[in-house]
Write a protein that binds this ligand. Structure first.
Ligand code: 2P0
Length: 348
């Protein structure tokens, strides 16, 4: 049938790294200079919903994000399309009765289920959802691990959003990236009391893009080799142990120290890169005050390539942690609101 349209949908959640990816050894394949580890915020509204379709009636590949048409000619999107079409083509070659979807133009329609203004990790959820929706459309027998290899080429951190819970991304050593894959450290059910709150800074200035920032850091920071070759490998092992043992204090301390280490290498970059601002630093102080008052570590902050704070805590401490942070958001100028991992986005 000439008018046939094949369609499949999926959603993918954002993930927030507790051991950060920063630095590429191969910018084309998004191969990192160090392994990383994140928590996928599966319970939250922070996810991308994507429908992939293909039809012989379509004239060209198309990507529509939040209602507006995007350029699909970029190397990252093209790499994902090419890899997925190659896998579909192999299926069609072995099963000639299958429709020839691999030769039809693709239409991808994607919506972020969170305010774009929040400046959260949308490329991670976006490319994870794009890759999985096309894999579903093509009925590929591909595991999340195999799909992570493809999503990584769209955006490095996207490979981690193909798994729920606690997710590692092994840097790998092969030049073709075949061993630079995401893996499950533990499912979300392993630590059901874990919570996260995202404090959204208003009027977030558009900073240096991650890709540009990483390249400059790798080229100029003298702290960076120590971080990539010594600090992160050690903390990757320690973090996996902390998660396996549900040891919140170790998890939290490693999370905060790794965020600080990442932002230190940013400051050590020439010219320097600043992602944290005064509002971010107020969040760090608030978390320190919460932990001091509790007499132990009950909350952990972390910041990505922007000023928004993500704070991890355990359910039993929700009252003291969320209460203190809500007070901060209410009193300190500059906060836009908060997004909770098991709740809707709350605007101030
Ligand atoms: C992370 N970030 O591990 C780190 C922490 C930002 C700071 O992954 O160029 O958008 O697409 O591979 O994945 C942001 O970088 O970069 C990021 P690309 P990406 O989550």
């Amino acid at each position: 049938m000439a008018s046939e349209i094949h369609r499949a949908s999926t959603t993918a959640p954002v993930n927030i790294a507790v051991i950060k990816y920063w630095g590429k050894r191969d910018p084309k394949l998004n191969l990192p200079t160090n392994s990383s580890l994140s928590v996928t915020l599966s319970q939250s509204d922070l996810r991308t919903h994507t429908t992939a379709s293909c039809s012989p009636t379509y004239t060209h590949d198309e990507l529509i994000l939040n209602g507006s048409s995007q350029d699909v000619s970029g190397a990252r999107t093209q790499a994902c399309f090419r890899e997925l079409r190659t896998l579909r083509k192999q299926l069609e070659t072995t099963n000639p009765s299958l429709p020839a979807l691999s030769s039809m133009p693709l239409k991808i329609v994607s919506e972020n289920n969170f305010p774009t203004a929040a400046g959260l990790a949308s490329s991670a959820a976006g490319f994870a959802a794009l890759v999985r929706s096309i894999a579903n459309l093509y009925e590929l027998p591909a595991s999340p691990t195999e799909l992570s290899r493809i999503a990584r080429q769209g955006s490095g951190s996207a490979c981690r959003s193909l798994f729920g819970g606690y997710v590692g991304w092994e840097q790998g050593s092969q030049p073709d990236g075949s061993d630079s894959l995401a893996f499950e450290v533990a499912p979300a059910s392993h630590w059901p009391t874990m919570r996260a709150v995202i404090l959204v800074v208003s009027a977030a200035k558009k900073g240096v893009s991650s890709t540009t920032g990483m390249q400059t850091t790798v080229a100029t920071s003298s702290l960076f080799p120590v971080r990539a070759n010594d600090t992160v490998p050690r903390r990757m092992a320690e973090m996996q142990t902390a998660i396996q043992e549900r040891d919140f204090e170790s998890f939290a301390k490693l999370t905060m120290m790794d965020s600080n280490s990442f932002h230190a290498t940013c400051l050590d970059t020439w010219p320097p890169i600043f992602y944290l601002n005064d509002v971010s630093r107020a969040a760090i102080k608030a978390v320190e005050a919460i932990n001091h008052a509790a007499g132990k570590i009950v909350a952990a902050y972390t910041f990505d390539a922007g000023p928004n704070a993500v704070v991890y805590f355990e359910e039993e401490n929700e009252g003291i942690v969320a209460g203190a942070l809500r007070k901060l958001v209410g009193e300190k100028e500059g906060w836009k609101g908060e997004a909770k991992s098991d709740d809707a986005v709350v605007e101030k």
